[in-house]
Design a protein around this ligand. Structure first.
Ligand code: SF4
Length: 324
């Protein structure tokens, strides 16, 4: 039996074949950068999390085509795809523009889903309505919200420019539109300790959330966090610390929640710390977390403190992926 409900298990069960995410980058910005909510962005923000190989000026159709071609060569012709709008805030634009770019995915028959990364304070009703409309066209639609921490003092410290309440509001409104919701969390933010990570996991466990991303904080050159790190005022987590905290959080996260990510893959030459946040060590981190759960004799959801599905069942129209 799997101890962690990874996205790949969920997707194979749901679509009957291997499913990969094709990341794309659009010329979006972020309300926390352009001044409408804040300037400078979150202290750890590096290029809005855009993967190095993506170029926002390149036509999105071309990006999808190339992503599919590359993935099919590697994973086989039967592979299906989600198009993942990843970098910056992918709901922050005119509705007509959002519609135009999201519509592009409909041109690819191998694409079974749409995955849109954004901030919890950036999803007006009309955008959620638009995203939900793709369900009627046969796509599965996930919306990914960056929360990072359930501690409001931390959110202020890292200059997120939104609150915990924005996340609760965004999750409930998204569920009312029958969207699948994934929440991003970061372990090891400045000023935080185990109690904070546990509380973040508990908040997610208490909400009708379908997916989670957990990753360790990492420091990229030329960011606000880099200054703190280089001054000695902040340190990153050791490999062992992160593995244990991630396992602690997973024990709280309900077993039906889909785990989309458990570590970070930073560009090696731009990364200051920690050294395990690179593509080459990704599997090592994941394996260590699985081994930790095995050694403890636990699994995802083993310590979920809440009555299972209590809040979920209160939200009308909730669509919950089946348990393992
Ligand atoms: S919300 Fe995302 S894109 Fe915006 S500043 Fe923060 S990390 Fe960067």
């Amino acid at each position: 039996m799997h101890r962690i409900r990874f996205f790949r298990y969920y997707a194979r069960e749901r679509f009957g074949t291997r499913v990969k995410k094709i990341p794309v980058a659009l010329p979006f910005t972020c309300p926390n950068i352009d001044g409408s909510k804040g300037r400078g962005g979150c202290i750890y923000c590096y290029r809005g999390s855009r993967p190095a190989h993506l170029e926002p000026s390149k036509n999105v159709r071309k990006q999808i085509e190339e992503g599919i071609l590359h993935a099919k060569e590697r994973y086989g012709k039967k592979t299906k795809f989600f198009v993942y709008f990843q970098s910056y805030t992918n709901t922050y634009g005119k509705l007509s523009y959002l519609k135009e770019v999201y519509n592009t995915v409909l041109e690819f028959e191998e694409v079974v889903g749409l995955d849109v990364g954004t901030r919890p304070d950036c999803v007006p009703e009309e955008v959620l309505e638009l995203l939900s409309s793709y369900r009627n066209l046969g796509l599965e639609v996930w919306v990914e919200f960056g929360l990072q921490s359930a501690n409001f003092e931390t959110l202020k410290r890292i200059n997120r420019q939104h609150g915990v309440s924005d996340l609760v509001d965004a999750v409930l409104r998204s569920k009312a539109k029958k969207l699948l919701v994934c929440v991003h969390t970061i372990v090891g933010l400045p000023g935080e300790g185990r109690d904070d990570f546990i509380e973040t996991a508990k908040l997610i466990a208490s909400l009708p959330v379908d997916g989670i991303k957990i990753h360790p904080i990492y420091v990229m050159k030329h960011t606000g966090l880099a200054k703190l790190y280089l001054s000695g005022a902040f340190r990153t987590l050791s490999f062992e610390e992160y593995v244990n905290y991630a396992a602690d959080m997973l024990e709280i996260i309900p077993e039906n929640v889909v785990v989309h990510r458990l570590t970070a893959e930073a560009e090696r030459d731009k990364l200051l710390s920690p050294d395990y946040c690179v593509y080459e060590r990704k599997l090592e981190v994941i394996k260590a977390i699985e081994e930790t759960l095995k050694r403890r004799g636990t699994r995802q959801g083993a310590k979920n403190p809440f009555v299972k599905r209590a809040v979920r069942d209160l939200v009308k129209g909730v669509e919950i992926p089946r348990s393992l």
